[in-house]
Write a protein that binds this ligand. Sequence first.
Ligand SMILES: Cc1cc2nc3c(=O)[nH]c(=O)nc-3n(C[C@H](O)[C@H](O)[C@H](O)COP(=O)(O)O)c2cc1C
Length: 157
Amino acid sequence: MTVVIYCSRTGSTKKYAETFAKNMGYECFSVYDKNIPDDQFIYFGWLNGPRVSGFNNVDRSKLLAVGAVSLSKIPSFGWNKVKDQNKITVPIYPLLGWIDRSKLNIGQKIFFVFLCAFMKMRGLDDVTGPQFDAMMNGGSFYDESGLEDIYTFCRSR
Ligand SMILES: Cc1cc2nc3c(=O)[nH]c(=O)nc-3n(C[C@H](O)[C@H](O)[C@H](O)COP(=O)(O)O)c2cc1C
């Protein structure tokens, strides 16, 4: 049996995890659920800097793949840093999420103000411009076509 485990703060990762689980016929659990079966699993988490959220709560020995939700297909620090920092040795698939500013706490809002100031200083382009807008005003890059590679991975096993 394979299950899906996810960690989501504002809902985009949850939506990917639930859509993926439904289409694959897998059960889906929040990483904070009490009764997660001891099965192999696909993990969906959002990027908080290079850290994959909630990932410290899972037993990686049964991890098959990771769907990492962020605002960019290639984060500024690179996927290798994400893999190293989270000790991920299985395939990792980028997915684009959203920012719901109403669910951010004050520390996170301040974090985005500093990050946006830094991004603006470096100069905005076609990729970082929409990210800047999403961080300042909220916005979504959610796109379920990003799940295709994970479907392929699971079906070919
Ligand atoms: C504190 C914080 C740090 C974040 N760091 C990054 C980051 O380093 N790179 C990135 O692309 N997105 C970053 N994000 C954006 C989230 O990964 C993105 O909003 C994601 O869709 C949130 O998933 P959720 O809707 O499941 O909570 C950050 C968001 C927060 C709140």
